[in-house]
Design a protein around this ligand. Structure first.
Ligand code: CA
Length: 220
């Protein structure tokens, strides 16, 4: 799951980034409004955190342009604590949620996860398939109740497939959602990650759709 963080206070931006990375998300930063708009319109983010007070182009203008050009990425706006009109303007312009500064990181990360789930139509934070469960709040994976040690990239693949449970995901789509923008993709292909997941979790969790991609089939 990929998140764009548009925030010009570098220290805060990096704090947010670190928290989201520890939540198992892939994060790109934009430090001004022009960069934020460019990235939001060109990369398939699963959600976006948007500070309203950005240089070059303010957050509200970024949001309006994104929505006008059909970008439907869920957006959480960061607003000043005492400026309720900002919140109204932001929500009216197509934001999905807001957090007022200063805020607790735990609240921000919970709201981020909730928006990501809502985007794909999932309401519960824990996903299950057979003997395997994935908790999107902690990125913990259990097999028959026992924790399984997965790499960050394996978690990213599993998380994207679980969030889209029941839907076939092509390798291209998967690749677009499990790497940061400038990540070194090396020789670790999607197929390698899936094979490792099968070794650790058993063969029945992720199904291959021959020549097309992968799916975690819904049990219902
Ligand atoms: Ca700012």
């Amino acid at each position: 799951m990929r998140v764009l963080v548009a925030e010009d206070e570098v220290v805060l931006a990096n704090q947010i980034k670190d928290v989201l990375i520890s939540d198992g998300l892939k994060v790109d930063l934009a430090l001004d409004g022009e960069q934020a708009l460019r990235l939001a319109e060109s990369e398939p983010y699963d959600m976006m955190i948007l500070d309203l007070g950005l240089p070059k182009r303010d957050g509200l203008s970024v949001l309006k342009r994104m929505r006008a050009s059909g970008v439907e990425t869920p957006v959480l706006i960061l607003t000043a604590r005492n400026d309720w009109t900002d919140r109204v303007d932001g929500l009216d312009a197509g934001a999905d949620d807001y957090v007022a500064k200063p805020f607790y990181m735990a609240e921000l990360s919970a709201r981020v996860r909730a928006l990501i789930r809502r985007k794909v139509g999932q309401s519960k934070p824990v996903f299950r398939k057979g003997d395997v469960s994935f908790d999107s709040r902690t990125s913990q994976v259990l097999l028959e109740g026992e924790p399984v040690d997965l790499t960050a990239q394996e978690i990213a693949v599993l998380s994207y497939l679980f969030h889209n449970i029941g839907r076939m995901i092509s390798r291209e789509e998967l690749a677009q959602h499990i790497y940061e923008r400038d990540a070194d993709r090396g020789s670790n292909t999607i197929a390698v990650f899936v094979n490792r997941l099968r070794k650790k979790l058993g063969k029945n969790v992720i199904s291959t759709v021959r020549g097309r991609g992968y799916v975690i089939k819904d049990q219902a």
